[in-house]
Ligand binder design. Sequence first.
Ligand code: ADP
Length: 927
Amino acid sequence: MATGIVGEFLELKEETDADVLAMQCGDFYEFFADDAELVADELDLKVSQKSSHGSSYPMAGVPLTELTPYLKALVERGYRVAVADQYETESGDHAREVTRVVTPGTLLETTDAEARYLAAIVREDETTRGSVAATADEPPSDDGPYGVAFADVTTGRFLVAELADLEALRSELYRFDPTELLPGPAVRTDDALLTAIREELSGSTSLFDAEAFAPGRARHAVHERFGSETVDSVGLDSELATRAAGAVLQYVEETGAGVSAAMTRLTVYGANDHVDLDATTQRNLELTETMTGDADGSLFDVIDHTATAQGGRLLREWLTRPKRDREAIERRLDAVDALASAALARDRLLETLSGASDLERLAARATSGSAGAHELLSVRDTLALLPALADAVEGTPLADSPVTDVLRRPDREHARRLHEELADALAEDPPNTKTQGGLLRKGYDEELDALIERHEEVNRWLDGLAEREKRRHGLSHVTVDRNKTDGYYIQVGKSVADQVPDHYREIKTLKNSKRFVTDELAEREREVLRLEEARGDLEYELFEELREGVAEAASLLQEVGRVVAEIDALASLATHAAGNDWTRPTLAEPGTLSIEAGRHPVVERTTDFVPNDLRLDEERGFLIVTGPNMSGKSTYMRQAALIQLLAQIGSFVPARDATVGIVDGIYTRVGALDELAQGRSTFMVEMQELSNILHSATEESLVILDEVGRGTATYDGISIAWAATEYLHNEVRARTLFATHYHELTTLAEHLPRVANVHVAVDERDGDVTFLRTVRDGPTNRSYGVHVADLAGVPDPVVERADEVLDRLREEKAIEARGGGSGTGSGGETTQAVFDLSAGSFKQATGNGGGPQSEHRTAGADGDETAGSAGSSSVEEDANATTPDTLDDGLDPETEAVIEELTDLDVNETPPVELLARVQQWQERLE
Ligand code: ADP
């Protein structure tokens, strides 16, 4: 057990839940033991050894004045750092205690422009839910609702919501990407839930006092910060959301010293405000980063032309939160439209904007007290841009556009007054410290001016003293100077030192000179010191008042910052639209997506892009997209999703013409490369994603499926893809694009009224395939697998044999399709089509087969022995059957038992050897 200083360090470390402790020892902050090794590793500090009572401990340290950059570096790497300061006890000893904990979510001094969110998640407690706590083995429970709060302490942004389920939670976590997360009591005890949350989280999780999440205390914190009236007027009526918000506020208060005052505005949002984009979809569409995690090549990267940090942050947020409110979208479109066609005015606006500092961040620095004179100068200069922006717009086509409405939003008079005050107060070139004077202008404060004047007078007297003494006493070699130990002195060369007058008092002899003081000089010295102190104190006091005034105007600064951000983001969209020949989309009611000569916004930048049309509407709501690998299927579907999304953020779109019906959600499922890398089973992931889409999508959604069922055996895969198509078509009725390599699915178009086929055309000549990248109506003429093998030069006998095997397989199986459905819209009629793969055709069967029991039955690959080779007739029997049980009529009990076992068997979960053994048993029993 360590004693002494190391022992004290280890004890303090025990008390805090921080990852690292920095403990003051005199003029240094020291790290000991494991912490020393950690900071040495992370920050390249030198480690020495400290011996303590026979043991030796690693030790690393930084000077007191240099702690901040080290703290910042550690916290930006995700560590929570506790700082213990030293103080003197009554008995004169040194003691230390932890005075603050710096955490990733409460760090103000960030260098990058991106938002840094601190988040809290609350779920109802187990006791009130009445359910048993989940264990690690159970799958994460989807049970919502969840209360969430996201706070960016660096900008004061504070968003609060109640979310219905885990999927919605994941999507928000992906969107806001918090740097630090506070799980509430019921969340932190649910291992499975925590694991699910962590999958979407790149930041760290911190445990915060469970009491802070309690309803009463949390509500109190929210009311105290925002006032009860605000809380009522913004509609914060969810207890869970309030608990999350309250916990975040208390955490910031506890760790972030004064920062919470920057939270001036509470924003409550609801599930219906934005287009539902689950985390998978945000990732698949590569909105802010590519599938491989790079920012380069993302949609944001391509369309971002913003000139300011806050503009970039806002545009990124727009991209991940497209709107559903048609009026709001139209307003943005109007602004982008005006900016796109007024090139000159736009350039002038952008030039003016480029001088803007990050006001949202400066507001937080002002409220936390860390803003210095340079920061306030930036505030002054950015406020001055407001009239400059208005000037840039006046007399241009932008004057009548929503751009002007945006500029009118902040209180211009308040901004003018604050600007004037700062301009009157601040010196043009202030020093970096707040305590040495020189921060403020002359004329700002009478008392200060008087002090400054007297100070300058005394300084002038001191400056002229050497000359005066020379003349008065006939001395040569006289200088007047000042240092720390001697104060002010008259220095006289040794050769003339014996000629000094009597009232000179010697204080020091040097090699070539002597130093003297006089009563008069001593008196002036006292005055200088007094004046310096008084001036420093008064200036600091006045500066602090000024800073507090700015802090009180935090919400004005945030508003102006927001205006700068909005104009910047709108101008960025306009710049991109104008430079890349994008068009304004026409917004329409849900259900329509009609694109003429559409392009993919990212791929078009690097490729000679072939534009394509797309039409989805009431009659044609589901497109099956076929074509060989690499022909352009996923590009075609993604471009549709991206055009939809861009339109709903209020952007122009890459197309000659586009009519875009507003959707409530965009859902995608594409190849699961990254999940494979994470070691999750691809098929399981694929099915989870499919399941989420089938649950979440509505008639007003857009669904993109890029292959479904590839992760399992062919007939399994076809069956699932088939059934999913029917369900999306009949029940969900979402607009859907579905790329598949199951050629069999193309026949669905003949039987499901709103399904149509399109294919990406290729030109085949002399065994060469040319990708035309053109999308045409109708299915591809054949299944491509064997064909591609042929083209790739696989030997003829193998290709021929493959064709034979394929035919054999087709003869053996049949697939049944059910149209119409009991659900919405199609009058409740039920059509069933039985697809006989061997004949390559459908046989129609209508009637009562759409009853609940048989609704989702699909004769699949596994085990429907009765389908046999006479597939169509036996399925016709199926169609007329009232319950599945009657299928088994006429079979002997042993056969029935075998069939039952066979049906119950989970092929994916049973080891192959066991499968074989069981097949053998069944054969024996059937004999
Ligand atoms: P698939 O989904 O059919 O396998 P992709 O959509 O991935 O094919 O497209 C393969 C490649 O073809 C893409 O990387 C892209 O560069 C190119 N491509 C796709 N569509 C077009 C197009 N319309 N014009 C030009 N190039 C395209």
